[in-house]
Design a protein around this ligand. Structure first.
Ligand code: MRU
Length: 367
């Protein structure tokens, strides 16, 4: 998508410098900084510190990490060591492990001398596929927005609510939850997006930056406002992303998503999840019981970073000295609260049968 009129992906391979280039998201929305990633330690740091973030993007980043590892030393030992080193960076989003598994499975049978080139090609392929998957999610989600728009009087906007940032910078391009929004906006459908701030990391500010850059009308709201807006008929549909969806359709996404799903159900607001297929964990059924939830630093809850009114960046403490902070980064929304899953192959029910109808080869493989 575009930043100041220039098209970017959220990462790209720099063949002149022989390194990965990323947008360092820790400085957004205030500063657009591009950062080279050249060593395995820098790959790990980029994912752990959330310079890159969002399930599909950390998967693509990990694939480039495997490519670097193979360029350094393409032995079997190093292939396994790189898998382990990168896999431990973040535990919840399954795309990370999906990408690492895909790389290891493809590279292991190859002669050692061929692995470096093949790994880089595979990382490019994973990135390109992500863009195409998200574009198709947008096409499929657009149909839902068109239906709502068709029933609006006098061209009133379709009012969407989203949580966290499931936008183009959380993927390689387009985003998942935002892809239908961008495609609807491009098709001339009037939209208004309620953007949850998403404490503690305020990914809603990233979503606001994205939507603002593309001229999509939106309002940044506190995390606690969504239920009130739904009660007052101001939300037509919720669309969120996911970090891991189980084979029965339980959805693990940024902390607070579950509360939005409860409020949506209580107010008959459709609650949709934009779901690229690499985010499905076919080995897991019960999301609440089985998905590991990342616990992040308490400092993310007790301190907050932003642009100072006097200029520059600042970090301020919001709690009394010594207050303990708890920071589970994700929660699970059970399938019964999800109206539908918007995938690259179409929209289905959040159920084992729904997912099996779109991905029969995966369920057959699991049998
Ligand atoms: O902790 P983050 O910022 O990596 O969490 C991101 C999310 O929860 C997104 O909603 C999810 O990864 C889907 S991104 C298309």
């Amino acid at each position: 998508m575009k930043v100041n009129g220039k098209h970017y992906r959220s990462l790209w391979w720099d063949s002149e410098q022989n390194c990965l280039q990323i947008i360092d998201q820790r400085w957004l929305p205030h500063d657009f900084r591009i950062q080279p990633v050249r060593t395995m330690e820098e790959f790990s740091d980029a994912i752990v510190e959330m310079r890159v973030r969002g399930a599909p993007l950390i998967g693509a980043t990990a694939a480039y990490g495997m490519a670097l590892a193979m360029a350094n030393d393409a032995s079997d030992n190093n292939l396994d060591a790189a898998w382990t080193f990168l896999e431990k960076t973040r535990p919840t989003a399954i795309n990370l492990r999906w990408a690492l598994d895909r790389c290891r499975t493809a590279l292991k049978p190859l002669p050692v001398v061929e692995r470096a080139e093949a790994a880089l090609k595979l990382a490019h392929a994973i990135s390109d596929e992500d863009v195409e998957i998200n574009r198709r999610i947008g096409e499929n989600g657009l149909k839902l927005i068109e239906e709502i728009a068709a029933n609006k009087p006098n061209g009133e906007p379709v009012r969407l609510l989203t949580h966290c940032n499931a936008g183009w910078i959380a993927t390689v391009d387009w985003g998942t939850a935002t892809s239908p929004m961008y495609q609807a906006h491009n098709a001339g459908i009037p939209l208004h997006v309620w953007v949850d701030e998403t404490r503690p990391r305020n990914q809603g500010a990233l979503t606001s930056w994205e939507l603002g850059s593309h001229g999509v009308p939106h309002t940044y709201i506190t995390d606690n406002a969504g239920g009130h807006l739904m009660q007052h008929g101001q939300v037509d549909m919720v669309i969120v992303g996911t970090d891991r969806t189980t084979r029965r359709g339980d959805v693990c996404n940024k902390i607070g998503t579950y509360l939005k799903a409860l409020a949506a159900r209580d107010n008959n607001v459709p609650f949709y999840v934009a779901l690229p297929s690499p985010t499905i964990d076919w080995t897991v059924d019960d999301g609440v019981a089985e998905i590991p939830i990342e616990e992040r630093s308490e400092r993310e809850t007790t301190h907050i970073q932003g642009k100072a009114e006097t200029g520059g960046f600042g970090v301020v403490q919001v709690t009394p000295d010594g207050t303990a902070g708890g920071n589970p980064a994700f929660d699970v929304t059970p399938n019964r609260l999800v109206t539908g899953l918007i995938t690259e192959r179409g929209i289905c029910k959040a159920s084992p049968e729904g997912l099996a109808s779109l991905f029969p080869e995966m369920t057959q493989a699991a049998e």
